[in-house]
Design a binder for this molecule. Structure first.
Ligand SMILES: [Zn+2]
Length: 628
C-alpha cells in the first residue's frame, strides 16, 4: 500500500498564495434552469487574500484519462471584488489558467461562469449533457478554483437551482433548500467533481438490494415518461449486482451509491465512474428493447466495479491528486482491462445477461482482437501509454491504428489470469480471491485513493497463487503477435469458431444499427446506408482496393442493402464468380470485384468436451439469491 503522491506544483508559489485557505469553503451555485437551452450559469464565492491569484479550470478529468476538460465551452467569466469588476488574464501557455490580482482589503471574489452545453452527442462528459427534459451536471464544467492545491484540500459548498418540477439524483447529501435552490453539505473539490448530479422532468429512483448497507439507488432520467418502465426482472438483476459485488470485493468504499442513468438520444453515450455514483448514458429505449439492453448489459457493472478498481485502488500514474498534472496511462490495462473483465462477469453472475449472452459477447470481442493487424506494430502496452490520444479516434483504419484495446484485450488477459490461478491452485483459488484482497484492502472505507504500481499487482497475484506473474503480464503487454491472447478461453473449456449463423451480439447490433457485418469474410463493416466503416488490412476487401468511407451503391448490380450483401457472400460460396460492388469514393464511381468464396462467417465459442468448464464456473453467482 502506498499513500497518495504529493501533487507537483506547476505554478510559482506567488501565483496562488492569494487563496485564503480557511474554514470558509468556496460557495458554488449552479443554475440549471436554462439547461433546455443548452446553457448553465454558475456563481462562485471564493475566499481570497490580497495579491496575485491563479484560478484554474479542471483539465485532466478522472476516468477520462486525458486532458478533456471542456475549456472551449467556458464562457461569461466575470470576476468581481467588492462590487468592482477585476481584470483577468488567461495564461499564455496554459489555456486552463486565469491570472487575477486581488486588491487590498478584499477577502472574497464573486466569480460568474457560464457553461455552453452545445457539444454534439458524442465524446464523454464534455459531450452533450442536456435536453428539453433532463440535464447531467458535471461540476467540473463550471468550476474555477485556486491553482496549486491538492483537490482534497479545497472545500466547496455546492448548491443547484433546477427547473420547476424536475427531480434529481446525486451522491451529494442535501443540507437544505431555499427559494428553489437546493443546498448540499460541504465537500472537498475532489468529492464534488466526483459527484455529478442527474436531473430531469421524467425521473425515477429505485432502491436496490434494500437489505444491503450502505444503500444503493438506480436513478433514471429519460427523454419520455414511458422510458422509465424498467422491468421487475431487470431491477432484480441490478439488485443482484449489488449483492454480487459484496461477495466479490468483500468491502465497499462509499457512504451510498447512485447509478445515475440517462436514457436519452439527446446526450453522448458512455459511462463515467465515480467513487459513490456513476454517470451512465444509454439509448432512450434501453430498458424497453432487449437488443439495446443486451448491448449495454455490462455498462453498469463496469462503472460500479470502478468504485473499487479505478477509484479506490488506482494506478499511481493516474492518482495525481489534482486536475492540472498530466496523468500516465501505463496501467490502464488493470484500471480498465480488469474492470472490463469483472464488469462482464458480474453482468452474467447477476443475471443482467445470461451465460450464453456473455459467451456471445466474448466471442465477438475475441474474434475482433484476433483480426487486428495493428497489433503487429503496436503492442498492448502502447495503447495504454497513449490512452490520452486514443479515445476519440476515427473508426477508419481503426484495425491498423488500434485504439483503447486495453479494455477488451485486457479482459482476455485477466480471463487468462483467472483461469491460470484456478489451474495452479487446483480450483482452490481464483481471481475472486485477488479481488477481495486487492480491491478490499483495509475493509470498508470512506471514498479515498489507494494507489498501486505494477509490482503491487504482481505481489497481489503472488499472494493468491505463486507464479512468475511479472513475466506472464509483460509477455502479453509487449507481444507483437498477429493473434489475440485466447488462452483464457481455451483454459475455460471453450474455443473460438466461426459458423454461418450470426450470434446474439451480431444480431443485436444489426437490429439496432442496420449494420452489415462482413468483417470475418470480406473484411468490411458497412453502415446501414452502405458506407464502409472500416476495411480490414490484409483482407479480400483491402486487396481489392476498398477503403473506409467509400459507399457501396450496388451489390451484383442491385442497389445496396445489408441483406443483399449477406446474400451475395452466401451465394458466392464454393463458386468462382466474384462478388461485384459498385462504390462511390469522394464523387468518383468504380466497380470492385471480390474473389471471396468461403461463405458467411460469424464468431462463436463452443465447448471443448472433456476439458474443465472453468468459464461456466467463473460465471456462477457467488451469492445464493435466485436468478432470472
Ligand atoms: Zn471503465
Amino acid at each position: 500500500m502506498k499513500v497518495r503522491q504529493l501533487p507537483c506544483f506547476l505554478f510559482a508559489l506567488s501565483a496562488f498564495t492569494a487563496f485564503a485557505q480557511s474554514s470558509n469553503p468556496i460557495l458554488v451555485t449552479v443554475d440549471v434552469t436554462d439547461a433546455p437551452r443548452k446553457i448553465l450559469h454558475a456563481e462562485l464565492i471564493i475566499p481570497v487574500k490580497p495579491g496575485d491569484l491563479t484560478l484554474v479550470y479542471p483539465k485532466w478529468i478522472p476516468g477520462e484519462h486525458g486532458p478533456t476538460g471542456p475549456i472551449d465551452n467556458l464562457a461569461g467569466i466575470v470576476i468581481r471584488a467588492g462590487g468592482h469588476e477585476l481584470n483577468w488574464k488567461r495564461d499564455d501557455v496554459n489555456m486552463f489558467a486565469f491570472h487575477v490580482t486581488v486588491p487590498d482589503g478584499v477577502s472574497s471574489l464573486d466569480v460568474k461562469t457560464d457553461f455552453l452545453a452545445t457539444a454534439a452527442a458524442s465524446g464523454f462528459s464534455a459531450g452533450a449533457s442536456t435536453s428539453a427534459n433532463l440535464a447531467m451536471l458535471s461540476w467540473n464544467e463550471v468550476l474555477l478554483y485556486p491553482a496549486g492545491f491538492d483537490a482534497s484540500q479545497i472545500q466547496i459548498k455546492p448548491a443547484v437551482k433546477l427547473p420547476a418540477d424536475w427531480k434529481y439524483g446525486t451522491a451529494l447529501t442535501k443540507s437544505g433548500e431555499t427559494n428553489g435552490t437546493i443546498q448540499f453539505d460541504t465537500v472537498s473539490l475532489e468529492q464534488l467533481i466526483d459527484s455529478p448530479l442527474l436531473a430531469g422532468r421524467y425521473f425515477a429512483e429505485y432502491p436496490l438490494a434494500p437489505e444491503v448497507t450502505p444503500k444503493h439507488f438506480l436513478d433514471l432520467a429519460a427523454d419520455g415518461p414511458e422510458d422509465l418502465r424498467i422491468k421487475p426482472e431487470a431491477l432484480a438483476a441490478y439488485s443482484n449486482l449489488v449483492r454480487e459485488t459484496g461477495a466479490l470485493y468483500q468491502s465497499r468504499h462509499y457512504a451510498s451509491y447512485h447509478f445515475l442513468v440517462t436514457l436519452s438520444e439527446q446526450v453522448a453515450h458512455f459511462g463515467l465512474e465515480h467513487h459513490q455514483s456513476s454517470d451512465d448514458r444509454v439509448s432512450e429505449k434501453t430498458f424497453l428493447d432487449d437488443n439495446l439492453a443486451l448491448l449495454s448489459a455490462d455498462l453498469l457493472p463496469h462503472e460500479f466495479t470502478h468504485s473499487w478498481n479505478g477509484k479506490y485502488r488506482r494506478p499511481a500514474g493516474l492518482a495525481t491528486g489534482n486536475y492540472e498534472d498530466p496523468m500516465k496511462g501505463e496501467l490502464l490495462w488493470v484500471y480498465e482491462g480488469l474492470t472490463q473483465y469483472l464488469g462482464e462477469v458480474l453482468a452474467a453472475r447477476s443475471g443482467i445477461e445470461t451465460p450464453e449472452e456473455y459467451r456471445a459477447a466474448l466471442a465477438v470481442n475475441a474474434a475482433t482482437l484476433d483480426a487486428r493487424p495493428g497489433r503487429t506494430w503496436r503492442d498492448l502496452q502502447d495503447t495504454a501509454t497513449a490512452a490520452q490520444i486514443l479515445y476519440d479516434t476515427s473508426p477508419q483504419w481503426d484495425n491498423w491504428r488500434r485504439n483503447v484495446d486495453y479494455y477488451q484485450e485486457g479482459a482476455l488477459i485477466w480471463l487468462e489470469v483467472d483461469t491460470t490461478i484456478r489451474q495452479l491452485t487446483k480450483d482452490k483459488k481464483s481471481l475472486n480471491d485477488f479481488c477481495a484482497k486487492f480491491e478490499g484492502l483495509g475493509g470498508n472505507t470512506p471514498p479515498k485513493v489507494v494507489p498501486y504500481t505494477f509490482d503491487d499487482v504482481v505481489a497481489g497475484l503472488n499472494a493468491v497463487a505463486p507464479n512468475d506473474w511479472a513475466s506472464f503480464l509483460k509477455d502479453r503487454l509487449t507481444s507483437k503477435s498477429p493473434r489475440a491472447p485466447l488462452n483464457g478461453i481455451e483454459h475455460g473449456g471453450y474455443k473460438l469458431v466461426y459458423t454461418d449463423e450470426p450470434g446474439e451480439i451480431v444480431q443485436a447490433r444489426e437490429a439496432v444499427n442496420g449494420d452489415a457485418q462482413a468483417w470475418w469474410t470480406l473484411g468490411i463493416t458497412v453502415s446501414s446506408d452502405g458506407h464502409i466503416e472500416d476495411v480490414l488490412v490484409g483482407s479480400v476487401a483491402d486487396k481489392a482496393g476498398l477503403g473506409p468511407n467509400m459507399q457501396i451503391v450496388a451489390v451484383n448490380g442491385r442497389q445496396y442493402t445489408a441483406s443483399l450483401l449477406g446474400d451475395a457472400i452466401n451465394d458466392a460460396k464454393g463458386t468462382t464468380t466474384p462478388i461485384e460492388l459498385i462504390v462511390v469514393n469522394t464523387g468518383y464511381y468504380k466497380t470492385v470485384r471480390l474473389d471471396y468464396h468461403d461463405g458467411l462467417r460469424f464468431p462463436h465459442l463452443v465447448r471443448v468436451n472433456g476439458t474443465p468448464d472453468l468459464l461456466d464456473e467463473i460465471l456462477k453467482p457467488m451469492t445464493k439469491v435466485p436468478k432470472r
